[in-house]
Design a protein around this ligand. Structure first.
Ligand code: SF4
Ligand code: SF4
Length: 543
C-alpha cells in the first residue's frame, strides 16, 4: 500500500457526496498522486504500432502533444461516430435522469461528481455537441457544449482512467446507455494521441510479442507449470502430467497468465491441473495447454478495438494450429466479455472448430456454438451435475465463502448460477452478499480495465469500497473468511482491497476450491489444502 494512501479509518471521512458549489465545467482537473497511473512507455506504444509514442508525464503541464492534436481528435471522433452506431445513439439520447449517478463505485468511493456515469459521459458529449450538433454550435455552453482544449483533454484522460468499464451503470439506465462503451470509445481517441497508461500499454505489447501480459517466454511458462506439478505431488502424492502444445488434443485450455504467475491465482492454476488429471485418468479426456497462446486476458480491450481484435485472434490461431476440437477458457474477466460480445464480429465465427460438446457428459454448450469457447465454470458445473466428479466438500469446511460476481462474466456473458452451483457442491458454507451488490448488480473490484497498478492505490481503494463494504457485511454477519471469484484481475485486485478494508477475508478462485475437494484416483491422505494450510481436522497431522 503506497504511503500516501489514507488509512482505512480516515478514508471514509474524506468522501463528500454533497453537490459541488461550482458548475462542473468550471472545476479544473487536478491530477492527484494516488489517483492516476503512469504514462505508457513509448517503446510499448511503438511496438504496437500505435501513433504518437513519446515520453510524457501526466502531472506536467506540457504533454508533448502533436501540433494538430485537436484535428486528430476531431477526425477520430467523426470517423467513430460513423462506425459505431451505439456511440452516436449514446451521445444523443441521455435525458440526464440521474438514475445512473450513484451507481458507480468510483463516485461512491470518491464523491467526485465527474465520476457519476452521466457526467463521465458528458465530458465527451459536451465536445460532441460543440463539434457535431447544430444546437451546440449555435448555443455553445447554453446547450452544454464546449470546445476541445488542453484542459478538457486532461479531464478526459483523468476520468476515463477512473472507469473500470464495468457496466454497472448501464443496468440502471432506462435507455440502456452503456457508459463503459463511451469510456472504451474515449480511450481509443486518447490512444490516437499516444495517451495511454503503462499498466495497459506494456501488457498489451507483451501479449502481442510473447503471448502473455508479463512477456514470459514459452519455456518459462512451461517451467512455472512444472513447479506446480511438484507442489501438487507433495500435497496429493500424484504426479500430474500436463500436455504442452499437443497437436490433436481434444481441447485447448487457455487461462489468464495471472493464474500462472501470481498468488492466489496460482492455486486456481493448480486446481485446473488437478481437474484435468482427474478427467484424463477417469475418462481419457485429453486437454492441452499452449505455451504460445498463454494469455486469456485481452488487454487490447482497454486500448482500441483493433488491438482487442489482434489479441483475440491469437487464441484462435493457436487452436487451429493444434487442431483441437474447441477451446476451454479459464477463470478470467475481460477475456469473456471480448469472447461473448465482440469475437463473432471481429474474428469469428470460428468455423474451423467443432461446436463444443462435453465428451464426458454429452452436454452441448449451446451458448458457445459460434465462439467455440466454453467457460470452465460451466464445464465443471456440468460435470458435477452429471455426477462425474468425486468430491469431498468437507475439505473446504474451514472456509466460510461468499462469491464476488466478476463484472465481465456476470454482466458480459450472464454467467451467474454456474459458479454458485460449483461452490455449493465443493464446500459446505456459502453465504450471499446483499442482493443489490451481486449478480447483474455486482460491484466492481475497482481495479479492472488496466487500473490494477501500484501507483494508483487510493483510486483502487476508493473504487473497491462498495465491494469491500458488502464483504464486510457478510464477514460480520456470517463469519465469511473467503471471497471466491472467477477472474484473474479480481484475484490480483481483491487481496489488497480486503487487506485494506476487511483484512480477515482471503481471496480464492473457483477451481482452487474444486481441487481441494476433488479426490484423485490413488491419492495419498491429504493433510493440507493447496496453500499448504492444514485441512479441517488435520491441524495436528504434522506432530
Ligand atoms: S462502467 Fe462502471 S466504472 Fe464506468 S461509469 Fe459505469 S459504473 Fe462507473
Ligand atoms: S441513467 Fe441513462 S439516461 Fe439517465 S442520466 Fe444516466 S445515462 Fe443518462
Amino acid at each position: 500500500m503506497a504511503d500516501e494512501t489514507p488509512k482505512a479509518e480516515d478514508f471514509l471521512a474524506q468522501i463528500d457526496h454533497r453537490p459541488p458549489a461550482r458548475q462542473w465545467m468550471d472545476v479544473p482537473t487536478e491530477i492527484r498522486k494516488g489517483m492516476y497511473c503512469y504514462a505508457a512507455n513509448p517503446k510499448s506504444v511503438e511496438y504496437l504500432g500505435l501513433p504518437n509514442a513519446r515520453q510524457w508525464n501526466p502531472i506536467e503541464d506540457d504533454w508533448q502533444l502533436p501540433d494538430n492534436w485537436q484535428q486528430i481528435l476531431h477526425e477520430g471522433f467523426k470517423e467513430r461516430l460513423e462506425r459505431f452506431r451505439s456511440v452516436k445513439v449514446f451521445m444523443d439520447i441521455c435525458v440526464r435522469c440521474g438514475a445512473c449517478a450513484d451507481k458507480c463505485h468510483f463516485f461512491l468511493g470518491t464523491g467526485d461528481p465527474k465520476n457519476m456515469p452521466v457526467l463521465r459521459a458528458e465530458l465527451l458529449r459536451s465536445v460532441y455537441r460543440n463539434d457535431f450538433t447544430k444546437m451546440g454550435k449555435l448555443l455553445g455552453r447554453l446547450n452544454g457544449a464546449r470546445p476541445m482544449t488542453a484542459e478538457v483533454l486532461k479531464e478526459w484522460w483523468y476520468y476515463l482512467f477512473q472507469c473500470t468499464e464495468c457496466r454497472r451503470c448501464s443496468v440502471f439506465c432506462p435507455y440502456g446507455i452503456d457508459t463503459a462503451e463511451i469510456t472504451i470509445f474515449g480511450r481509443e481517441l486518447l490512444n490516437l494521441l499516444g495517451l495511454n497508461i503503462d499498466w495497459i500499454a506494456t501488457p498489451v505489447a507483451n501479449c502481442y510479442r510473447t503471448g502473455n501480459h508479463l512477456g514470459i517466454q514459452p519455456h518459462a511458462f512451461k517451467d512455472m507449470l512444472d513447479f506446480f506439478v511438484d507442489d501438487i505431488e507433495e500435497i496429493t502424492g500424484i504426479r500430474v502430467e500436463p500436455n504442452f502444445n499437443k497437436k490433436g488434443a481434444d481441447i485447448l485450455f487457455i487461462t489468464p497468465s495471472g493464474d500462472v504467475f501470481a498468488d492466489p491465482g496460482t492455486y486456481s492454476c493448480m486446481g485446473y491441473m488437478i481437474l484435468f488429471h482427474f478427467l484424463k485418468e477417469k475418462y481419457g479426456l485429453d486437454v492441452t495447454w499452449s505455451t504460445y497462446g498463454s494469455e486469456g486476458g485481452n488487454f487490447g480491450f482497454f486500448t482500441s478495438h483493433e488491438t482487442m481484435k489482434r489479441l483475440n485472434a491469437k487464441m484462435y490461431l493457436e487452436a487451429k494450429r493444434l487442431g483441437v476440437k474447441w477451446i476451454l477458457g479459464g477463470e478470467c474477466g475481460h477475456m469473456w466479455r471480448v469472447i461473448h460480445q465482440y469475437m463473432d464480429t471481429m474474428n469469428g465465427p470460428a468455423d474451423f472448430l467443432e461446436e463444443p460438446v462435453n465428451p464426458i457428459t454429452g452436454t452441448k454448450f449451446e451458448n458457445a456454438k459460434s465462439t467455440k469457447m466454453v467457460h470452465i465454470a460451466e464445464f465443471t458445473a456440468d460435470l458435477i451435475k452429471h455426477g462425474k466428479l468425486d468430491l469431498d466438500p468437507k475439505r473446504n469446511d474451514n472456509k466460510i465463502i461468499t462469491f464476488h460476481d466478476s463484472c465481465n462474466p456476470a454482466r458480459g456473458m450472464g454467467m451467474l448460477d454456474e459458479p454458485r452451483y460449483v461452490i455449493k457442491n465443493v464446500a459446505n458454507h456459502f453465504y450471499e452478499m446483499p442482493a443489490n451488490t451481486i449478480r447483474e448488480q455486482t460491484f466492481c473490484c475497482g481495479s479492472g480495465s488496466g487500473l490494477n497498478a501500484g501507483e494508483n492505490m487510493e483510486e483502487r481503494m476508493a473504487g473497491g469500497l462498495p465491494r469491500a463494504n458488502a464483504v464486510k457485511y457478510v464477514h460480520e454477519k456470517f463469519g465469511v473468511n473467503m471471497l471466491a471469484c472467477v477472474c484473474a484481475i479480481d484475484r490480483a485486485a481483491l487481496p489488497p482491497l480486503m487487506e485494506y478494508w476487511v483484512p480477515e477475508v482471503e481471496v480464492t478462485g473457483l477451481h482452487e476450491l474444486v481441487a481441494n475437494a476433488l479426490i484423485l484416483p490413488g491419492e495419498q491422505e491429504r493433510t493440507t489444502d493447496l496453500r499448504g494450510e492444514p485441512l479441517p481436522g488435520m491441524e495436528d497431522a504434522d506432530e
